[in-house]
Design a protein around this ligand. Structure first.
Ligand code: RIB
Length: 307
C-alpha cells in the first residue's frame, strides 16, 4: 500500500556566509544553490527513496520553480498527478541563510502552498483508497490540514502529523483525527504551553497531547532520541550518533522513515528506530531532498550499527 504526503512544495534558495547578517547589514556569501524542498515534498521523497509507492498532493505555481519541483519529485518516483499547477501565483520558496557554524535563518513565502484548500482535499480524497498512511505538516492552511485528516480517518488511513513549523493554535478538532503526532521539543512546547527541555517534560507534553485526543505521541529529542507514548505506555528510542553537517529536513526524514516503516508493516518501536536512522543519515549531508537516504544506504547504516 502507498503513502500520501499532503502539503507543501518549496524551492529552497540557500545562501551560505561566514556568519548571519545583522538587521540592516549586507554580507558577502560564499555559496548559493536552489534545492528542492518544502516539508510535504521532502517527506514524500523520504518515503519514495525507501522503496514505498508514494503520491504527493499539493500545489505549485505556474513558474520555473514549480516545474523543477515536479521534475525532482518525479525523478524520485513520487506520483505527482495530484499536484495542481496554480497559474495565479508563484511556487512556494524558502530563503535559507546558513553560516559556517550551521546556524540558519529561514523565511518561507508560501505562494501556491498558501492556496491549498477544498479542491486539493477533493483530489486527496479520491486517492485515499490506495493508501495506508497519510503524512501531514503545517505549511499549508490549517483548514485544509483538518479536512485532509478527517477524510483520511473516514477512509481508515493512518494519519501522521508533523506539527511543523511550530504553532500554538491547532484547532481542538484536529487532535482526535491524528493517529501519530511527531513534534520536536520546540514544537511540543508551542503546542502544550510549557518548556520541553528534558525527558520528564517530554513525557508530560506527550500526556497532554494524548489527553487532547491524539492516539500516539512521538517527541523527537534530537541527540537524545525519541520518546513514544502509546495507549499502552511510554518507551524511548535512542538516536544514532553521527557527525552532523546540516539539519535542514531532519524532521522530514524522520517522518518519511516512520511512514515507510509502518507501510512495510513494522511495529511502532522498530518503525521509530528506522525513522531515527533515516533522520541521522539525513543530517550527514547538506540540503533538503539531496540529504534523504536510499533504502540501500539505510540498510547499510543499520547493519553497521548492529555489528
Ligand atoms: O523541513 C525543511 C523544509 O522547511 C525546507 O525544505 C524548507 O522548504 C522549509 O519549508
Amino acid at each position: 500500500m502507498a503513502v500520501i504526503s499532503f502539503g507543501s512544495l518549496n524551492m529552497d534558495l540557500v545562501a551560505r556566509s561566514p556568519r548571519l547578517p545583522k538587521p540592516g547589514e549586507t554580507l558577502t556569501g560564499h555559496f548559493f544553490e536552489t534545492i528542492p524542498g518544502g516539508k510535504g515534498a521532502n517527506q514524500a521523497v523520504a518515503v519514495a527513496r525507501l522503496g514505498i509507492p508514494t503520491q504527493m498532493v499539493g500545489r505549485v505555481g505556474g513558474d520555473g520553480f514549480g516545474r523543477s519541483l515536479l521534475n525532482a519529485l518525479q525523478t524520485d518516483g513520487v506520483g505527482c498527478d495530484s499536484v495542481a499547477v496554480d497559474e495565479a501565483t508563484h511556487s512556494g520558496v524558502a530563503m535559507i541563510a546558513v553560516d559556517d557554524a550551521s546556524e540558519n535563518h529561514i523565511i518561507v513565502v508560501p505562494g501556491a502552498n498558501g492556496r491549498v484548500g477544498e479542491s486539493d482535499v477533493a483530489r486527496l480524497s479520491s486517492l485515499l483508497f490506495t493508501a495506508q498512511v497519510l503524512l501531514l505538516q503545517l505549511e499549508v492552511p490549517l483548514p485544509a490540514v483538518v479536512a485532509a485528516a478527517a477524510a483520511a480517518q473516514q477512509a481508515g488511513v493512518l494519519v501522521i502529523l508533523d506539527p511543523a513549523p511550530a504553532r500554538t493554535d491547532l484547532p481542538n478538532e484536529l487532535y482526535s483525527l491524528i493517529d501519530i503526532i511527531t513534534p520536536n521539543q520546540v514544537e511540543a512546547a508551542q503546542l502544550v504551553g510549557f518548556s520541553v527541555g528534558d525527558r520528564p517534560a517530554a513525557l508530560a507534553a506527550a500526556e497532554t497531547l494524548q489527553r487532547r485526543g491524539v492516539k500516539t505521541v512521538v517527541i523527537k529529542l534530537g541527540r537524545q532520541g525519541a520518546l513514544c507514548l502509546t495507549a499502552e505506555g511510554a518507551f524511548d528510542v535512542p538516536s544514532f550518533p553521527v557527525q552532523a553537517v546540516d539539519t535542514v529536513a531532519a524532521g522530514d526524514a524522520f517522518n518519511g522513515g516512520l511512514a515507510a516503516a509502518i507501510a512495510q508493516g513494522l511495529a511502532l518501536p522498530e518503525a521509530t528506530r528506522q525513522a531515527a536512522a533515516v533522520a541521522a543519515l539525513s543530517v550527514t549531508k547538506a540540503g533538503a531532498q539531496p540529504s534523504l537516504p536510499s533504502r540501500l544506504s539505510l540498510e547499510t547504516f543499520l547493519a553497521a550499527t548492529e555489528m
